[in-house]
Design a protein around this ligand. Structure first.
Ligand code: V47
Ligand code: SF4
Length: 369
């Protein structure tokens, strides 16, 4: 914590609140974005993360399956999807091909498969239920974290089922939890400019709320550092904080830094590392009811992910094993993201933290100091 003498007066109340485990208001959150130095926000956030988790940094052993990059939607920031009509370098995997990916990990101690992709008009609810059943039949203990609210919204509407019916159907097929994608920026002023045609904020939040009520946990993301203003970030996090108050179903908040290569927003400059770290810190301070804050290393790069561990972050996702393309196609540092668990652990130890392997629901599987 910074000595009181160098804390500007307007921040003393915020520091007091954090010390006393009290919630900051939207206005205070905005003030932090507008005026807080990296040092001030970072030291407060670090105090919170150490109170919650000590020196632990969580990671897991996971791999991704991306069923397709064909997508009926046209988010301007997306470098990954190809419009269905003109798909030239698109891919669409069959259930057998996806099961083949799962089988490649048969002799490896992975605990999670993360399934996420574009929204393909022919991959429907029944298709994905078959996929989940096939994975569970092959490896029952593998945790399936699958599909964003955007994919659910489309497949449930197409199948003419309610969110509850659709989720129950997939839970019966083997779904275990929901990743945080598709949230982008909730505020309509920005959402209409960056991803006008996909599920809106209320739809996204309803899917997560229903999942929580059915006993699933989920994550939440925010795509930041493009055309949004600070007030849109606060609006986004306020909606998440309110839902979390009601359900306690979110595990982790994952800020996703906008990358500008090869997409319709390439003219927008990317945020600086200082802004990235300030965002992590302010998110840690504002989202007092989120147990975890994740830096997704394939997007941020290894060294920045290390740095984020001093700015409120306690989780750096998993080994990934070069199974995701969404960030490398948008210009992220990691072109072929893969790290062995030894590499992940040494990254964490280099910054004097303690690596802890977790499963998807943050059950600790092993502390290695
Ligand atoms: O919703 C797309 C983002 C998300 C770009 O829950 C981009 O554990 C930056 O949600 N620049 C999908 N971001 C990935 C996702 C995710 C990733 C890792 C872990 C978890 C989890 C969830 O990727 C999309 C969108 O926000 N994205 N394009 C881009 N150019
Ligand atoms: Fe489709 Fe997702 Fe890309 Fe949007 S971000 S175009 S929903 S793949």
């Amino acid at each position: 914590m910074l000595p009181d003498s160098i804390v500007p007066p307007e921040f003393k109340i915020i520091a007091e609140k954090v010390r006393n485990n009290k919630r900051i208001s939207d206005e205070e959150g905005l003030l932090l974005f507008e005026k807080a130095s990296l040092g001030f926000a970072g030291s407060l956030a670090n105090e919170i993360r150490e109170r919650l988790h000590g020196d632990k940094v969580f990671y897991n052993r996971n791999f991704h399956i991306e069923p397709t990059n064909v997508c009926v939607f046209s988010c301007n920031f997306c470098s990954y999807s190809k419009l269905y009509a003109k798909r030239d370098d698109g891919w669409e995997l069959s259930i057998d091909q996806m099961l083949h990916i799962v089988k490649k990990y048969d002799d490896q101690p992975v605990t999670e498969v993360h399934i996420v992709g574009g929204v393909h008009p022919k991959m429907d609810l029944e298709f994905f239920a078959q996929l989940l059943k096939a994975i569970k039949a092959h490896r029952p203990e593998l945790h399936i974290k699958a599909f964003t609210a955007v994919e659910y919204d489309y497949m449930f509407r197409k199948a003419k089922v309610s969110v509850e019916e659709g989720l129950k159907f997939l839970i019966d097929a083997g779904l275990n939890s929901i990743p945080g994608g598709g949230a982008e920026i909730f505020h309509p002023e920005i959402r209409e400019k960056i991803c006008a045609d996909k599920v809106n904020a209320d739809g996204w939040l309803l899917i997560h709320e229903t999942a929580h009520k059915l006993g699933l946990h989920s994550n939440a993301t925010m795509l930041y550092g493009h055309i949004e203003k600070y007030e849109h970030r606060i609006d986004h996090m306020r909606r998440l904080r309110e839902l979390q108050d009601r359900t306690k179903g979110f595990n982790t908040f994952i800020p996703l830094k906008f990358r500008n290569m090869d997409n319709d927003m390439s003219y927008v400059p990317e945020s600086s590392i200082v802004e990235d770290m300030r965002l992590y810190a302010i998110a840690r301070i504002y989202l007092d009811n989120f147990p975890h804050l994740k830096a997704y290393w394939p997007m941020l790069g290894r060294q920045n992910a290390q740095l984020s561990l001093s700015f409120g972050v306690d989780d750096i996702d998993g080994t990934i094993d070069d199974t995701t393309k969404i960030y490398s196609m948008a210009g992220a540092e990691e072109q072929n993201p893969a790290m062995s668990s030894e590499e992940l652990k040494s990254l964490i130890r280099q910054v004097r933290r303690v690596p802890v392997e977790r499963d998807t629901l943050y059950t600790e599987l092993g502390v290695t100091s």
